[in-house]
Write a protein that binds this ligand. Sequence first.
Ligand SMILES: [Fe+2]
Ligand SMILES: [Fe+2]
Length: 220
Amino acid sequence: MNHVRKVQEIRERARQRITDGAVTDDYGLDREQAIAVLNEALATEIVCVLRYRFHYYMATGIHSQSAKEEFLEHAQEEQEHADWIAERIKQLGGKPEMNPAGLTDRSHSEYKEGTSLLDMLKEDLIAERIAIESYREMVRFFGDRDPTSRRLMERILAVEEEHADDIADLLFSQSEDEEPRKLYAKDEVPETSRAGKPARGSTPAPGVADDGAARAAKPS
Ligand SMILES: [Fe+2]
Ligand SMILES: [Fe+2]
């Protein structure tokens, strides 16, 4: 399935959950619905913890150190968010849904591993942007009918925006006097090989980052 379409579907579903029956007869908040919304945020956070931890362990290469540190820090902060949300669900008389079965269905962000450091960063940025959009919707959903849950989601939202910014910095870092550089394009996770990729020095296939080959082919 086309990735953009998939993301659109996830966002559609996220909105659906919030608008479905949000306005009740007395304009009060439906507790079950609030718990269901928070459980989707919880699943999103758990998936983000797993993805960032995977990226922390798998990031290799000369340029990976700063990314590794960022991955670990984000994983720890996503876990903190999951804990806050679980606590709030419990306060509302609900059950924080920790069952791994159905976790990725409940999550608004996808679990995407990526095969290179560049890929990992792209997947993380996509996931953060989905979380940001979903959480903004949640903030509006809770509004002044459940200010505690709203403030919780606002607090988490602010951190997700920082995460997106951190990842974007790593992805698009460039020096002032040179062309934009893809610093992380050539770092690979250990089990990937060059099988199926063009031989060194040849023109890379579309979508295959090979800065070294591109530079070598350029006349000086
Ligand atoms: Fe988070
Ligand atoms: Fe995040």
